[in-house]
Design a binder for this molecule. Structure first.
Ligand SMILES: [Zn+2]
Ligand SMILES: [Zn+2]
Length: 182
């Protein structure tokens, strides 16, 4: 046998040495991979590193079975996603009751379907639901059922209304002769 193998023995030896070197490199890289993966997943990195150093592929196979299913980054990302979704759900109450498009809580009309959502408070001007009897911001009583946003009560409003009429009156006087001529 040795006579037959004689000429190829050096090559076999070299192949064996190469295989040994390859195995050592493979073994060490396996340890490196397990330690790094265990760190990313919050598993006991040092334990799995030593175990893989001792038992090689066997320990690596066991680690693949029992390792935590997701990395710490994945878990963190998932928590952020859940928090964002919860915040979105909390805001989801503010949708237009007519077209169900998202709106902000201080919108006076829906920007999509132009339905009136709230009216400005007659005293402080902040958005108040038409069903509310009192402004929650300044405690001013609101005229219930009133849907016209710019019809505030009180003396200031009357003054405003009078000036409004006064500014309109000359226009009517001017318009009247024009109609007569025509
Ligand atoms: Zn709408
Ligand atoms: Zn108010």
């Amino acid at each position: 046998m040795t006579d037959i193998l004689g000429p190829v023995m050096p090559f076999l030896k070299l192949a064996g040495q190469l295989a040994a070197v390859f195995y050592v490199v493979f073994h060490l890289s396996l340890v490196f991979w397990v330690v790094r993966d265990a760190q990313r997943r919050g598993a006991m990195a040092w334990f799995w590193g030593v175990a893989t150093l001792l038992f090689g592929v066997l320990s690596w196979a066991v680690y693949l079975v029992v390792r935590p299913p997701e990395t710490l980054d994945d878990a963190h990302e998932r928590e952020l996603e859940i928090a964002a979704r919860e915040a979105e759900l909390q805001r989801a109450g503010s949708t237009c009751p007519h077209c169900f498009k998202p709106i902000e809580s201080d919108y006076l009309i829906c920007p999509t379907c132009l339905k009136q959502l709230k009216k400005p408070c007659s005293s402080c001007g902040r958005p108040v639901k038409s069903s509310w009897t009192v402004c929650p911001y300044c405690k001013t009583r609101q005229a219930v059922g009133e849907r016209v946003p710019d019809a505030p009560e009180g003396p200031a409003a009357e003054d405003h209304a009078q000036t409004h009429v006064a500014s309109n009156t000359p226009k009517k006087k001017k318009a009247a002769p024009a109609q007569n001529e025509a």
